[in-house]
Design a protein around this ligand. Sequence first.
Ligand code: AR6
Length: 351
Amino acid sequence: MASTTIPLSQIPTLSLLYKLKHLAPVASPIIPRPSEALNNTICLIRNDITKLEVDCIVNAANESLLGGGGVDGAIHRAAGPDLLRECRTLNGCSTGDAKITDAYRLPCKKVIHAVGPIYFVEKPKGGNRQETLLRSCYRRSLQLAIENGMKSIAFAALSTGVYGYPSEEAARAAINEVRAFLEEPNNIGKLERVIFCSFERKDEAAYERVIPEYFPPTEQDLPQSSTEHSEPKPQEGESSTSFEILAAKLPDPPPSEPVLDGQPEAKKQKVNADETETLHHVIISKDDLKSEDDWEEVDKSEGGPIERLDDEPVEVAKASTAADVQSVQSSGIIDFDEPASTESSMMVKDW
Ligand code: AR6
């Protein structure tokens, strides 16, 4: 497994992303008042969260807290078996809540395990329950981070994988709650960096659309005039343009597709046709959505979907197109071929 980690200093803030034109302002932001402090606190990155050298990362866990697929599986594999040992002592966690553990072999100091809502279970109950629960995960995680003296925290896009929360709706709830929390008088200045770490292009794109609505750029964040060349010429005596200096602060793209412990090196994806789709899917039965008791780990190293031969399975499909892969590669922020390769093992119900 590639062991390259990403230091906090290389995770781009919103301010930097505006300067580099990776983020574009919107005409009528929901929060019209820009905040220099918040634009230097909030960060956005598309990468494997297990590689981030931050104080703590937030895992998308389930109520058992005993591991699973997706980012949960990636975190447990990278942390090693001691993490599961500690999780066993926690007696699970309710949906909408979070618990904190040590990080063991991970480059961060702590892991916060948040249990997001299963979208298609909570939404039909009405009252915007799914959003209340998702927001609560972000708030509880931020509270735990502060209580434990953490200064930087990176969130996975909770519930947007197997739990089926639509990316943009989830990003809106997450961003809104984080902004509200950070602006509360008791919390101001307590956290130096809050990082939204996405993995799939669809989630990154959702953050890119929604962030400017809640964190509009300050004047300093924007290029000085619309006629200015986006890549300024070096001044006399300068060897690099300011654009190059700023761009150099972005993390290097991973040299190859991330491969996790116990998982065979994945093949490079051929991306010639725009229509080519990388489809990662998990099929779970409807019963599975009612309770998450009695899970056991199964190997999915052959890369095939987990299927339960039950009546009326529910398919949860996550597709990313070749165009998405190429777009991120050329963005310079990150370079993945097939990020969902972390799902080498899944937790499936013991039927
Ligand atoms: N780094 C960052 N983000 C990741 C990574 C990674 N290494 N791997 C996946 N993601 P999911 P959920 C993104 O399914 O929807 C587990 O089995 C992924 O692209 O991991 O909250 C748990 O045990 C997606 O955007 O979590 C639960 O049973 C996001 O992480 C259940 O899944 C969340 O996807 C939780 O479902």
